[in-house]
Design a protein around this ligand. Structure first.
Ligand SMILES: [Zn+2]
Length: 138
């Protein structure tokens, strides 16, 4: 069951990298954090424990596929995984490539910026392809 007021149920136009019946992976539109992805459940539930165990495993498999694809393409210094949902209680995971010279490192990207940085682009097609490859393999 979807909730009309929820921005993740009624998604605005977004750059879709992967989707199946359970979840979708989108590229977040953030010029300074190219490669920042979200894994979003297709239905409105707030917590991982609202899912069946097989669904939980499927969600994490997608999170790990995105992480692996980002590591291969961007070679970040660190990957940040976060599932907060305090503002939007619709299950989603942030998968964020981090670099020692990014605006917030070593703080979370939601902290106050420590420095200004140039934009960091990502090749969305290459990322889509790499995520697909990881999700297709057993
Ligand atoms: Zn929702």
């Amino acid at each position: 069951m979807n909730t009309p007021a929820c921005p993740l149920c009624c998604a605005p136009p977004e750059t879709l990298l992967w989707r199946d019946d359970l979840l979708r992976v989108i590229l977040v539109d953030d010029a300074f954090y190219g490669g920042f992805c979200r894994v979003i459940l297709q239905r409105h539930v707030p917590e991982m424990t609202d899912l069946l165990p097989t669904e939980r495993a499927q969600v994490m498999r997608a999170v790990y596929a995105v992480e692996q694809a980002l590591r291969e393409l961007l070679r970040p210094d660190k990957i940040n995984l976060a599932s907060l949902g305090n503002q939007v209680p619709h299950l989603h995971w942030h998968v964020i490539p981090r670099f020692k010279d990014d605006a917030h490192f070593p703080d979370p990207i939601w902290a106050a910026a420590r420095r200004s940085t140039p934009a960091r682009a990502v090749d969305a097609e290459a990322l889509r392809s790499a995520i697909g490859k990881h999700l297709a393999s057993p």
